[in-house]
Design a protein around this ligand. Sequence first.
Ligand code: ITT
Length: 190
Amino acid sequence: MELIFGTHNHNKVEEINKLLPPNFTVKSLTDLNYYSEIEESGKTLEENALIKAKTIFNTFKKNCFSDDSGLEVFALGGKPGVYSARYEGKQKNAEANTNKILQELKGIDNRQAQFRSVIALIFNETEYLFEGIIKGEISHSPRGRNGFGYDPIFIPEKQHVTFAQLTLFEKNKISHRSKAFKKLIEFLKS
Ligand code: ITT
C-alpha cells in the first residue's frame, strides 16, 4: 500500500519507514517533486496537520498523512505550542526560541512541559487524527548537541538528561512523534 507523507523532512520519513511493515511504501513531498508552500495557518496542531493533509489529498487524490508537533509549557499556558518553530520570530531560530523559553521561566518553579505530535490521515477519503505525547520538564540551561529545536532544554520524564543528550535511537523510542506514528501504524495494519 502506498501513502504520501506531507513533509520534506528526510529524518521523519526515515523514522516512519523503520516502523512500517514492508508492504507499505511512504513517498515524501520531495519524492513527488512537490515544492509549493503549504501555509500553516491553523490555531492548533490538529488544524495545521489537517490543512496539510487536505492540501495534499486535493492535489494527488491519494491516501496521505501529515504531522504537526510542538512544545507545550504548562506555566506559559501551553505556549509555544502550534507556534513552536517561529516562537522568537519568522527566522525560525532554534537557539533564540530556547532562550526565550528559559527567559520566560526565570523565577518560575513549575517547569513542567510536554511535546505533542498530531498526525492527520486521509484514508479512503475519511479523516483520522492520532496523537502522541511525551511529558517532561524544562532544564535551567541548554545541554547536549543531538536532535533539533527545543531538544537541549527538554528533560523527558524518567530521565536525568535532555533529549539532546540522548542518541536519536533513544529519543525515537520515547518521542511524541514515534508514539503518534505507532498509533497510525496500528490503525493501518488493522
Ligand atoms: P516539517 O517541515 O515537517 O513541518 P518542522 O521542522 O516544522 O517539520 P514540526 O512541525 O514537527 O517540525 O515541529 C514544529 C516545531 O516544534 C519544530 O520546529 C521545533 O521547534 C518543535 N519540535 C517539534 N518536535 C520536536 C522535537 O522532537 N524536538 C525538538 N523540537 C521539536
